[in-house]
Design a protein around this ligand. Structure first.
Ligand code: ASP
Length: 329
C-alpha cells in the first residue's frame, strides 16, 4: 500500500474534456480516465482514482446535479480518499464550487478545476490545471479551507471566486484575492478564509429567479417571476444596491410574498446598508422587506437562497443567514 495521498478525480465534462464534435466545434466526450492519462507526472503527486460522473457542458448542470455531487464528494471522502478533484466546464465552476462549499461536510480538500483552452488548441491548459488541482487536493494544509478552485496555478476560495473573462486562461479571479498559488508543483497557501457556513443537504432545491434591474427598468420581470412560481427572487441592483424608482412597487410587492435579496452588479464590495435615503436606495429597500445580499454576488446569492428554501428554511432563518453568511472580522 502506497503512503502517497489518495485523490479521486470526478469528471463532469466541460472544455477540459472536449474533442471535435460531429456538429462542428468541440463538445465534452473525454472520460475522467482520459483526462488523468493526459497529465504527465500525476503519478508522482498522488494515487489517483477516477470516476466519470457526467460529460456535459457547464451550462447543462442543474442545481439538483450539484446537490447530488455534494453527496458523492462526501461519500468519496468517507470511503478513504484524502482529497477530491472535480473537473467540469468553467462556465459554472463558481456555482459548483459554491454549492460544494456550503454542502460538503468533510473538511478534506475539495478542488474544482477545468480548462479555458480545449485539448485541440495550442497551449491547452487542462493538464496543467488538473495537475495543480490534484497537488492541492493532496496537500494537508488545504484541509478546512472549504471548497477551492484551482486554475492557472492559482488557489481560490469558492466563496469569492468568479469567472471574469470568456477566454483567458487567467479567467478566474477573486475579490478580495486568491488564497495562494502553485509554484514548481508545490501548493503555497498564504491566506485562510474566516470560518465556514455549512448547510445540510436539502431535500430539494427551490426555484429562485435572478432578475437584473438596470436603468429604466419597470420591475415587470420581478412580478412575472413571482407569478411564474419563483419561491425567492434575487434582484441584481446598481452600485451600492440601488434600483430604479419605477421598479419599487413590483419589488415591494414581491418582497411581501417571497424572500427577495438585493445584490450589486459591481462584483466587489458589499451592498450598502445605511448610506442613502432616496427611493430605491438600500435603506428604502430594507424598509420594504428586501434582504441585503452583502458580499455575495447575484449568482451566489441565488444558490444560497435556493438551498436554504429547498431545505425548508423559514423567513427568519433566511434573514439570519443573509445578515452574515460568513464571519467578517
Ligand atoms: N463552455 C464550456 C463549459 O462550461 C466552457 C469551459 O469548460 O471552459 O462547458
Amino acid at each position: 500500500m502506497s503512503d502517497r495521498p489518495r485523490v479521486t478525480v470526478l469528471g463532469l465534462g466541460g472544455t477540459i474534456a472536449s474533442v471535435p464534435a460531429a456538429t462542428g466545434g468541440v463538445a465534452p466526450a473525454l472520460t475522467a480516465h482520459d483526462l488523468v492519462a493526459a497529465v504527465p507526472g500525476l503519478d508522482a503527486v498522488a494515487d489517483v482514482d477516477v470516476r466519470t460522473v457526467a460529460q456535459v457542458p457547464g451550462a447543462h448542470l442543474g442545481l439538483d446535479d450539484l446537490v447530488a455531487l455534494a453527496g458523492t464528494v462526501d461519500e468519496t471522502l468517507s470511503d478513504g480518499a484524502d482529497g477530491v478533484v472535480v473537473t467540469q466546464g468553467t462556465d459554472t465552476i463558481e456555482d459548483t464550487a459554491f454549492v460544494l462549499d456550503l454542502l460538503v461536510g468533510d473538511p478534506s480538500p475539495v478542488v474544482v478545476t477545468g480548462a479555458m483552452r480545449n485539448p485541440t488548441l495550442a497551449g491547452a491548459d487542462g493538464p496543467a490545471n488538473l495537475l495543480a488541482a490534484v497537488a492541492v487536493a493532496a496537500h494537508g494544509p488545504a484541509r478546512g479551507l472549504g471548497t477551492l478552485v484551482v486554475l492557472n496555478d492559482e488557489v481560490h476560495a469558492a466563496r469569492f471566486v468568479a469567472k471574469r473573462h470568456s477566454q483567458s486562461p487567467a479567467a478566474f479571479t477573486s475579490y478580495p484575492g486568491a488564497l495562494g498559488w502553485v509554484a514548481e508543483g508545490r501548493p503555497r497557501l498564504v491566506l485562510r478564509p474566516l470560518g465556514r457556513r455549512q448547510l445540510p443537504i436539502p431535500a430539494r432545491t427551490a426555484r429562485v429567479a435572478l432578475v437584473a434591474l438596470p436603468v429604466g427598468d419597470d420591475g415587470q420581470l420581478v412580478t412575472a417571476a413571482v407569478e411564474g412560481g419563483a419561491e425567492g427572487v434575487v434582484v441584481d441592483a446598481l452600485g451600492g444596491g440601488h434600483v430604479p424608482a419605477t421598479t419599487l412597487e413590483a419589488v415591494g410587492a414581491a418582497a411581501r410574498r417571497v424572500p427577495v435579496v438585493v445584490t450589486t452588479t459591481t462584483r466587489a464590495g458589499e451592498v450598502l446598508r445605511s448610506t442613502y435615503g432616496f427611493a430605491g436606495s438600500e435603506r428604502d429597500l430594507a424598509a420594504r422587506g428586501v434582504l441585503n445580499g452583502g458580499l455575495l454576488e447575484a449568482r451566489k446569492a441565488r444558490l444560497l437562497l435556493a438551498l436554504l428554501l429547498g431545505g425548508g428554511a423559514g423567513r427568519q432563518e433566511v434573514e439570519d443567514v443573509f445578515v452574515d453568511p460568513w464571519p467578517v472580522a
